[in-house]
Design a protein around this ligand. Structure first.
Ligand code: SF4
Length: 161
């Protein structure tokens, strides 16, 4: 049986980003997987009850999603509100959904404090990137699900078939 993919809602066309936009990924293979019923779209932040639009949030003090999972890092909005709890709720919802659908692969929006897989922002709200992953990406990886960024799409095609 061919694999099923978990994908960030915003990459699948849902306008769920903090600023109310989508980042629709246009790829022929993705369109085919969707037609074959092999794509599960999910936004951990909105699933956890955060509104759209919402203030931007970052993992503070240059940490990453693994630190948030371990309780040594926090996710805060630009105004300082701690939103670690809903970010964790959304991450565990994503893991549960991936497990129920047997997803071994996820395609997530890079740079996000939830979905980032190769980089995130450094917690200073200055647009400065650093290597790291978001909370959902970290949890999925910790549970054996391979996470791909859009820039790695050709690698994903090789494993999805
Ligand atoms: Fe997209 Fe993930 Fe942010 Fe939701 S949490 S808007 S799916 S990057």
């Amino acid at each position: 049986m061919k694999p099923t993919l978990l994908i960030s809602g915003c990459l699948s066309g849902q306008p769920v980003r903090y600023d109310g936009t989508a980042r629709t990924l246009l790829q022929d293979s993705l369109t085919r997987w969707q037609a074959e019923g092999r794509v599960i779209a999910f936004c951990p932040e909105t699933a956890a009850g955060l509104p759209t639009p919402r203030p931007p949030a970052e993992i503070i003090h240059g940490r990453d999603g693994a630190a948030v999972l371990d309780g040594s890092g926090r996710v805060c909005e630009a105004g300082g509100r701690d939103v670690s709890a809903p970010f964790l709720v959304g991450a565990y919802q994503a893991l549960d959904l991936a497990r129920r659908h047997g997803c071994r692969f996820a395609l997530l929006m890079d740079g996000s404090p939830s979905c980032g897989s190769s980089f995130i922002y450094d917690g200073q709200f200055t647009g400065t990137r650093h290597a790291g992953q978001g909370v959902t990406a970290a949890l999925l990886r910790r549970n054996g699900i391979a996470v791909y960024a859009p820039i790695q799409f050709s690698c994903l095609e090789a494993v999805m078939g």
